[in-house]
Design a protein around this ligand. Structure first.
Ligand SMILES: C[S@@+](CC[C@H](N)C(=O)[O-])C[C@H]1O[C@@H](n2cnc3c(N)ncnc32)[C@H](O)[C@@H]1O
Length: 174
């Protein structure tokens, strides 16, 4: 695929140097969607390296949190399940020991987060969260543009809208 607004990079999300490579090409992001191996260690390694590069008002989304390949979970260094770790931290104020995401890192992240939302399976067959959406505090770049019609090149979205079975929890007021 060739497009001036698109660049394809291939890397393994268990490799910090591959994730760092992304940051050299695009130092900041409006949205990050992790839909890769779904392994807990990979999800959290990506979050550790990429979350700081999310712009104000940006969204960090992690998909398919309800299923992890037993192969990866058993062969990679142990970390808690991502959905459990993040919901415990952001909703229950409980930090669970984690060799990737330190208490200090999570404390810094929490200061920057506007809201944390999780969504279950729409069919109701899976009870644990399937998708997590974390929004950074601050005004997203597309809303800044919306306020100035001469520079309005983005689309307007209502970030606080939520599907019926999603739950959104404000974490901090920016
Ligand atoms: C569930 S598919 C999703 C693909 C794409 N997001 C989509 O919706 O079509 C998972 C993708 O993650 C990639 N993947 C698997 N392990 C990975 C890893 N360790 N690091 C990065 N990507 C990985 C796979 O090659 C595959 O393309």
């Amino acid at each position: 695929m060739q497009n001036p607004g698109f660049q394809f990079l291939r890397g393994a999300c268990g490799q910090p140097e591959d994730l760092q490579k992304i940051l050299t090409v695009a130092p900041a992001f409006d949205i990050i969607i992790d839909d890769a191996s779904h392994a807990s260690y990979h999800q959290q390694n990506s979050f550790k390296v990429l979350f700081p590069s999310l712009r104000p008002g940006g969204l960090y989304i992690i998909e398919d949190l309800h299923w992890q390949s037993p192969f990866f979970e058993e062969s990679l260094p142990y970390v808690p399940k991502t959905w459990q770790f993040l919901t415990d931290y952001f909703l229950n104020d409980k930090y669970c020991e984690n060799q990737l995401l330190s208490c200090e890192f999570m404390g810094e992240a929490k200061k920057q987060i506007h809201s944390f939302a999780y969504f279950r399976d729409f069919t109701g067959q899976i009870t644990s969260p399937k998708l997590i959406v974390i929004r950074k505090g601050g005004t997203p770049i597309w809303q800044v543009r919306d306020r100035n019609p001469t520079k309005n090149v983005g689309i307007s979205v209502t970030l606080d809208a939520q599907p019926a079975n999603g739950e959104v929890f404000p974490v901090a007021t920016p």
